[in-house]
Design a binder for this molecule. Structure first.
Ligand code: SF4
Length: 391
């Protein structure tokens, strides 16, 4: 499983780049090590409903067959945990669970996984009388007891509300959030963890990870451009960020987030491996900075939390409908659920986020209304016509 080590990657090609990886600690995820002593690992996440055991097992095997080192599964309820227990019996892959609001589920999922990801911005919603520090201590105790790795997963679309003011710079808020949580884990004497700092803007991903590499020199970094969208732009955005970081030796594990039908989810791994191989072979396709030209469509890669299976088709329809606006400087966000939908659509000119039987439409952060899956694309077009006519 996995890629050759970095030294092999360097040594097998006469055009190879001499890249020195940043020296980091080694983080154990089952039998895999993340950090400078190991190859750059690749990850993906199941987009299937976790409780659809057959579909999730199929998805995990598909990703594993394409070389995914770690596969993430979303867990939000006891029923998801029961499904995970069954899934675990049927797969050998290294699994990581993605916990959002339900931090207490860490204890129940621990026997079935090698790693837990938590989002500092989502530790506020439940049990408001319990401090974030206590919640983190709970997760750390579980990780220690079961010999798991952790990821502090900071996301620009769901920043810690206690740190984020209306006019605060998201990059500073994200870094402060990471610093706070690194402080918690280090104070607790727990070092088997990685950090990720993700944004849908590749330039933010570059800037913040350059800062993180200096601030947290020993801690392995997980790279990702979140909600990079559909191919081919999703790959372009990710490639620009990853090329600029990997060439500096920054990045120990990577996730490419693409909006894809379930059967094509393996392309996330293919693209990730191709980017790493190209960087180490000295083949660069990007310019140093990402310059957004014209229409920018942000869309999430979907996961078990997606509220309606029509989401990927909706994202594709939005892309088709907006072809005629390709040269307009507009950002449209298309998100699969209420977890990251409300936050990630705040900064877009127009944002859609899916509910089970309707789609919420926002214009510059304000809710315009809720529309059926049939109504939403024509309604979005109306909004684009109005916005572009006013420019
Ligand atoms: S927005 Fe929701 S459905 Fe989309 S990837 Fe994020 S959590 Fe999953």
């Amino acid at each position: 499983m996995g890629q050759p080590s970095e030294l092999t990657q360097i040594g097998t090609n006469s055009n190879a780049m001499k890249i020195s990886r940043r020296k980091t600690r080694s983080v154990r995820v089952g039998d895999l090590t993340i950090g400078s002593e190991s190859h750059i690992s690749t990850q993906s996440m199941c987009a299937t409903k976790t409780q659809d055991i057959d579909a999730t097992v199929r998805q995990i095997k598909l990703l594993q067959d394409h070389g995914a080192d770690i596969i993430r599964v979303a867990i939000d309820s006891r029923k998801d945990v029961e499904a995970l227990a069954e899934i675990r019996k049927q797969v050998t892959a290294r699994l990581v669970v993605d916990l959002q609001e339900s931090y207490k589920l860490a204890k129940s999922v621990a026997p079935y996984v090698q790693k837990i990801r938590y989002n500092p911005g989502h530790l506020y919603h439940h049990e408001k009388n319990v401090s974030v520090h206590e919640k983190v201590a709970y997760i750390v105790n579980v990780a220690r007891e079961h010999d798991l790795a952790l990821r502090i997963g900071v996301n620009f679309g769901s920043l810690d509300p206690a740190l984020a003011g209306k006019d605060a710079d998201p990059l500073e808020v994200a870094l402060n959030s990471a610093k706070e949580h690194v402080g918690y884990l280090e104070d607790l004497g727990f070092t088997n963890y990685v950090i990720s700092l993700k944004s849908s803007d590749p330039n933010d991903v570059m800037d913040i990870n350059l800062r993180a590499a200096e601030l947290f020199p020993e801690i392995p970094l997980h790279l990702g451009v979140t909600e990079a969208g559909m191919l081919p732009m999703g790959e372009v955005k990710t490639r620009i960020a990853f090329e600029n970081l990997l060439v500096k030796g920054i990045g120990d594990t990577v996730r490419v987030s693409l909006t894809l039908p379930h059967a094509e989810k393996y392309k996330e791994i293919e693209v990730a491996k191709a980017i790493i191989a190209d960087v180490y072979a000295g083949r660069f396709r990007s310019v140093p900075r990402f310059v957004q030209q014209g229409l920018n469509i942000i869309s999430c890669p979907s996961c078990s939390r997606v509220e309606n299976e029509a989401f990927v088709e909706l994202a594709q329809k939005v892309r088709e409908m907006t072809q005629e606006f390709a040269d307009r400087h507009l950002t449209i966000a298309v998100m699969g659920c209420r977890v990251n939908g409300p936050g990630e659509t705040d900064d877009a000119d127009l944002g859609l986020w899916c509910a089970p039987s309707h789609v919420n439409l926002k214009r510059k952060g304000e809710l315009v209304g809720q529309f059926s899956y049939e109504e939403i694309v024509p309604r979005l077009k109306l909004e684009i016509d109005t916005l572009t006519a006013a420019k």
